[in-house]
Ligand binder design. Structure first.
Ligand code: R5P
Length: 267
């Protein structure tokens, strides 16, 4: 890796411990105003102090994040479809000039292995890697899952390995049973997505198991911003990723930061 590439990569995966807490708030690019992200600035601002990096679109970056913020940006540069259509029909949606203008630390693009538009998304990844290598910007490949695809180790290993072979510098995927096999067969760092909202304790277990299985960190969205205590959840996840906290210790952090309203709701 050239100096610029290494430097940007180190903003995403911290060199002190080789770990990463990425806050994913890019969901609107195909989901629109999804739950918890209706007003992006309100959701994002209180969470930024606890995130190593934030993953979002250029629209939300420009409208909803203070340009004085020092949080590194992972810019989603693929899209073109909505939840109402075939999600695999994506293309690159941001020019490299705009990526440079926005001073981002990495670019993120989804690949849809096994879906109708598999080939186009893999070719897009390869083109993006060419641009990334030209300007020293790491590429995060997101292994999105087609409607009929199982999220098991066999499928996710296939998708992650292909992403790495095509030059992705870091791969984001889902947690699964035998997650270690996915990590072992992927020659670049793997970061785990949170997936749909689950109970907080389960989300913390997922994060801990993923780290145990060899992930460099988490890129978590809904399980943070749809929680009854988003700040509590990101702090708890951070403790697992960076401070070797157990799930129980992390759960105490989450509980202790819940406001009175959330505590009442939980009984
Ligand atoms: C897809 O919408 C995005 O790539 C998300 O950033 C990714 O799925 C991670 O977010 P979550 O933890 O909500 O799955």
């Amino acid at each position: 890796m050239d100096w610029g590439m290494k430097n940007r990569f180190a903003r995403i995966v911290k060199s002190e411990d080789g770990r990463a807490v990425m806050l994913a708030v890019d969901h609107g690019y195909f989901l629109g105003p999804t739950g918890g992200l209706e007003e992006p600035r309100k959701t994002i601002e209180p969470l930024l102090p606890y995130a190593d990096s934030v993953m979002l679109t250029r629209g939300v970056l420009r409208t909803s994040v203070d340009p004085n913020s020092s949080v590194p940006v992972v810019l989603r540069v693929s899209g073109g479809t909505s939840i109402l259509q075939d999600l695999s029909n994506e293309d690159i949606t941001v020019s490299i000039e705009d990526v440079l203008r926005l001073n981002v630390s990495a670019m993120a693009l989804s690949i849809f292995v096994g879906s109708e538009h598999e080939r186009e998304t893999l070719v897009s990844l390869s083109k993006l890697v060419d641009e990334g290598e030209r300007y020293g910007i790491p590429v995060l490949a997101v292994t999105a899952v087609g409607k009929d695809m199982a999220r098991d180790a066999r499928y996710l290993s296939l998708a992650c390995r292909i992403a790495a072979e095509l030059g992705a510098h870091i791969v984001k995927t889902y947690y699964c049973e035998e997650f270690g096999k996915v990590v072992e067969s992927c020659p670049v760092p793997v970061i785990v997505a949170g997936g749909k909202k689950i109970p907080e304790l389960d989300a913390l277990r997922l994060a801990a198991n993923a780290i145990q299985g060899g992930a460099v960190g988490v890129d978590m969205g809904r399980n943070i911003f749809q929680s009854d205590s988003p700040v509590g959840m990101i702090r708890a996840v951070r403790a697992i990723v960076h401070e070797k906290a157990s799930v129980e210790q992390a759960a105490r952090i989450y509980e202790s930061t819940k406001g009175p309203k959330a505590r009442r709701a939980a009984g």
